[in-house]
Design a protein around this ligand. Structure first.
Ligand code: NAD
Length: 289
């Protein structure tokens, strides 16, 4: 029997790469339900699998903020069970907090936090009844430490950590493993898809000049990090596979192999001041180029 995998957010990035890898598995180990909010974007995924995988891939519409669409997908899983649920859909929000509209902030929390939770909710009773399962969640270093100009995004990713850790404690009793795959910067459409306050945006006219110059520095830092240090989705997929194939997966995986030094500092120096100072220096004290 194939392992049934359901993945959210498969039209691009990490979700797409993972769906392609699992659906193309040489041993045909997996049956992949690759879900995406907008089915009009399925061509990219279809091109990547080259149409060869009719028996290992099904593409379904699912918006993680729309409970009915989640339940409809659940009903369309022909095996009537999901062995591995991958909650991956997510969006970013970047800019000075004082210009963020309530609706934008709400949207981020709707997708990243409630979208993840309500996806898990929909599949949890069946997994519990099966007394087995895997729940994998695309986490972020921004879920473990704060990044300036990413307050709401980080809040949503911190919240995921809490939800997953809480679930992990309980689900041990059901032989269900919860794992977070903690990503640093990854080369995906994330930067294109995120809601970002651009430097020329009129909303920034109300922001003080000190914040603006720090935001400018942040954007430069972010750009160079993504250019120089971002991982490719294939690297992330390897870590997902490690978690999927392990008989007793860890709760947390770092896609870089180890917890980044600044994140370590947070845990070794719990009063927080060193970590916050070091983060500020890393982002804001780079020489102007
Ligand atoms: P991406 O933008 O390419 O992929 C995100 C996917 O989520 C897209 O396919 C998008 O359509 C989908 N999505 C958005 N809203 C949705 C909704 N309401 N319902 C269903 N799908 C929805 O970027 P990515 O980097 O592949 O992002 C995947 C995950 O990785 C996200 O949770 C993101 O927060 C996380 N992450 C990314 C990075 C990075 O640097 N790229 C770093 C850390 C964590």
């Amino acid at each position: 029997d194939k392992k049934v995998v359901l993945i959210t957010g498969c039209s691009s990035g990490i979700g797409l790469s993972l769906a392609v890898r699992l659906a193309s598995d040489p041993d045909k180990t997996y049956k992949v339900y690759a879900t995406m909010r907008n089915l009009a974007k399925k061509e990219r995924l279809l091109e990547c699998v080259k149409g060869l995988h009719k028996d290992t891939l099904d593409i379904l519409q699912m918006d993680v903020t729309d409970q009915q669409s989640i339940l409809d997908v659940r009903d369309r899983v022909v095996e009537k069970r999901v062995d591995i649920l991958v909650c991956n859909a997510g969006v970013g929000l970047m800019g000075p907090l004082e210009v963020q509209a309530l609706d934008s902030m709400r949207q981020i929390l709707e997708v990243n936090l409630l979208g993840t939770i309500q996806t898990i909710q929909a599949f949890l009773p069946d997994m519990k009844a099966q007394r087995q399962g895997r729940i994998l969640v695309t986490g972020s270093i921004g879920g473990l430490q704060g990044f300036p100009f990413n307050e709401v995004y980080c809040a949503s990713k911190f919240a995921i950590e809490g939800a997953c850790e809480s679930l992990a404690v309980l689900l041990q009793h059901f032989n269900i493993h919860v794992s977070l795959i903690e990503c640093g910067p990854v080369n995906t459409d994330f930067l294109v898809n995120l809601q970002k306050v651009e430097l020329g945006d009129t909303s920034l006219q109300q922001v003080d000049t000190h914040t603006l110059s720090l935001y400018e520095k942040y954007l430069q830092h972010c750009g160079s990090i993504f250019q120089n240090a971002a991982q490719d989705t294939e690297d992330i997929v390897k870590v997902f596979l490690e978690a999927i194939q392990s008989p007793s997966p860890a709760f947390r995986y770092f896609t870089s192999g180890v917890m980044p030094p600044l994140t370590q500092l947070k845990f070794t120096e719990p009063d927080g001041s060193q970590c916050i100072r070091a983060m500020s220096e890393l982002i804001f004290s780079a020489e102007e180029q």
